[in-house]
Structure formats: structure tokens, C-alpha cells
Design a protein around this ligand. Structure first.
Ligand code: PEP
Ligand code: MN
Length: 358
């Protein structure tokens, strides 16, 4: 789809986009205190706060609802901070538009559901409000892309992305694993969409927030969305991951924004290194092609003698030898395993084709 996308936020030059505020609006006092403290940092572009909270199970705090919109209005009037909140259905959109909320966002639990995304898109039709779209809970790029397309088709041109990680079944140090490659692929497909990292929902704790935010900036993200609460331990939702405005200020201070491009002279060493990488990549692909040709010959040999394609002992030997060599070259075991599995699968596919033909 050919898209004409505009920026959601124009940050101060030399600085990334900064979105911050509590997970949920709880009381007018909490919202105002948080906003005033954040405004003092002089670095926040957008004040976030959930009004309608999509909770996994009923019974937990589900947001203050419509009432909170007037608090956000006050935030804007008294601190000058622009505001953003999550919308998940048509009535949310209408209420936000009426209250003059500056930016809306689609939550991870909404992006997974095309019915909901379409309902929001229909409600937005004809409105001129920017919208940021979180990745879906599960690692399905199609759903994220689909949500962008649905919102764009509704006539919204200021669209951005929020990378908040993906749920994962199993042990992990994150609340939602980042899977950076998926977000990078999204950015490759939609280069004009600003993308921020929601380090709070990726981490689920306070101690990794800075590290995850920096990783995103190293990958050329446009900025961060972080949950900030005046008294994090007392927060009504996501207490474990929220930090005070002061701690957030320190986090911002230590973040290093990477330059997306630099002037040509400064680029020279990088250009040369990239040229060498391209050359090696071309060699590697050529060598893998040669390896497959040998594999084809082995396939012919097996086909003639009716020997099974998979020879477990031989495969064991290949893994052991290659892993040793990989480790001697500083390559991780995980990488070697993934690499060998991919090569082996391609080899088997080649040989299967030959054996089946015969
Ligand atoms: C939130 O931002 O508070 C939220 C509910 O996030 P997510 O949709 O990423 O779970
Ligand atoms: Mn939250």
C-alpha cells in the first residue's frame, strides 16, 4: 500500500520522542501531580495515561473511564503537556475526540483483533487525530500491518508505532519478549512511521528499563514510552514496572540518542566496513550454494541405493564439529544451532526433492 504518512510528534531537535505518564489514571490528584513533575523535566512530548484499562481478568482495576478525560484536559491546560490515552472501541474514540485528547493509541489487546481495529478505524473516519499502534500481543506481524492499514484507510495520516514486546510461553527475563527483529521488519516496511519503545511493558520491572530504552535507540527508534507514577509502589496497575518522575528524569539523562546519519566524511570508515560485509555475505551465499550442490550429489547417491535421506550419526558429527569451530570463532551456541538447523533443513529439502523424483 502506497502511504503518505506524517509524523505523530515533532521532538526537539537532537532529542528523541518522549511519552510518559502513569499506566492508569487513578485519581485527579495522582494524574495532576505526575503531570506537573513530568512537565518540570522539560523533556516530555506527550503525557500518557490509561482511562479504560484492558485487564486480562475481571476484578482488577479497569480504569476510571470517561471521568478521567477531564483530568487529562486539566493536564493540558495547567502544564501545557499534550495528552494521549488508549482507545479500544468506537465510544472511546468519540469521547476522546470530544475531550480534545491530542493523540490516541491502540493497545496490544486491540491490535490482535481486526473487528476491534476496524471499529476504531470507522469511528476515526473523518477525524484529524494522530494514532499510535502497539504491536499485537502475539508475534504476528500481519496483525500489526493490518492495523496500520485499517487506520490509514480511515483517512488518518499521522500514524506511529509502539513496540511493547510479545507474550512468551516459558521462562524469560522480560514480561514481554522484545523480538527486536519483528519491530525492525515493521520499520523496514513502514519507514515513515515513527516508532517508540514501550520499555515498561517489555520489562515488567524497573531495573531493565534503561537498558531496553537504550537498545531501542541504538536500533534507531524515534523514542520511548515509559510508565511513570508519583508513587509507583502504590499504583493500581502495573506497580512493579513504574518509576517516579525523578527516576525517569535520570533515565532520560543517561540515554544516548544515536545519529541516524552523519556527514559523508564521517561515514567513510563505516562505508568501507559495510563494503567488506557485503563482500563476505556474497561469498557466504556462494559457498552455501556450493554446499547444496554437494548435498545434491549425495542425494543422487542415496537415491540410487535407496538409502534414507536422514543419517542421524552423520548429522550428530556435523553439529559437534561445527559447534566447536563456531565457539573458537566467538559464535554463540544459540547462533550455531540456528545456523546449522537452517542449513540442514535446506540440505534435506534438496535431497528429498531428488529422492522423490527417483
Ligand atoms: C498500557 O500501555 O498501559 C497497556 C495496557 O499496554 P499494552 O496494550 O501494551 O499491554
Ligand atoms: Mn500498563
Amino acid at each position: 500500500m502506497d502511504m503518505q504518512i506524517k509524523k505523530v510528534i515533532t521532538p526537539t531537535p537532537g532529542r528523541g520522542v518522549v511519552i510518559a505518564g502513569p499506566c492508569s489514571a487513578e485519581t485527579e490528584g495522582q494524574v495532576m501531580q505526575c503531570a506537573k513533575d513530568l512537565a518540570k523535566l522539560n523533556q516530555v512530548d506527550l503525557f500518557r495515561s490509561g482511562i479504560w484499562k484492558p485487564r486480562t481478568r475481571p476484578g482488577s482495576f479497569e480504569g476510571v473511564g470517561k471521568e478521567g478525560l477531564s483530568w487529562l484536559k486539566r493536564v493540558k491546560e495547567e502544564t501545557g503537556l499534550r495528552t494521549t490515552t488508549e482507545v479500544a472501541k468506537a465510544s472511546h474514540v468519540y469521547d476522546c475526540l470530544k475531550a480534545g485528547i491530542d493523540v490516541l493509541w491502540l493497545g496490544a489487546r486491540t491490535t490482535v483483533n481486526p473487528f476491534s481495529v476496524q471499529e476504531v478505524a470507522d469511528a476515526l473516519s473523518g477525524a484529524d487525530v494522530p494514532i499510535m499502534i502497539k504491536n499485537p500481543i502475539n508475534p504476528d506481524l500481519g496483525l500489526w500491518i493490518g492495523a496500520v492499514e485499517r487506520i490509514y484507510k480511515a483517512g488518518i495520516t499521522r500514524i506511529g508505532l509502539i513496540h511493547r514486546g510479545f507474550s512468551y510461553h516459558g521462562e524469560t527475563i522480560y514480561r514481554n519478549v522484545p523480538r527486536w527483529q519483528m519491530a525492525i521488519e515493521m520499520k523496514r516496511r513502514f519507514p515513515d512511521l515513527q516508532m517508540v519503545v514501550d520499555n515498561s511493558h517489555i520489562c515488567g520491572n524497573r531495573h531493565m528499563l534503561a537498558e531496553v530504552a537504550q537498545e531501542a535507540l541504538n536500533l534507531n527508534y524515534d523514542g520511548v514510552m515509559t510508565e511513570v507514577h508519583p508513587r509507583p509502589d502504590e499504583a493500581w496497575s502495573d506497580a512493579a514496572q513504574q518509576i517516579t518522575p525523578q527516576v525517569f528524569g535520570e533515565l532520560l539523562q543517561n540515554l544516548r540518542l544515536r545519529k541516524p546519519t552523519v556527514d559523508e566524511v564521517e561515514m567513510e570508515p563505516l562505508t568501507e566496513l559495510r563494503r567488506q560485509i557485503d563482500e563476505i555475505d556474497a561469498d557466504l551465499i556462494g559457498m552455501i550454494g556450493r554446499r547444496m550442490k554437494l548435498s545434491d550429489q549425495i542425494g543422487e547417491f542415496k537415491a540410487e541405493r535407496n538409502i534414507a535421506v536422514l543419517q542421524s550419526d552423520r548429522w550428530e558429527e556435523v553439529i559437534t564439529e561445527a559447534s566447536k569451530k563456531g565457539s573458537a570463532h566467538g559464535l554463540s551456541e544459540d547462533f550455531m544451532n540456528a545456523y546449522l538447523r537452517a542449513i540442514h533443513q535446506e540440505s534435506i529439502d534438496h535431497q528429498d526433492a531428488i529422492v522423490n523424483r527417483g
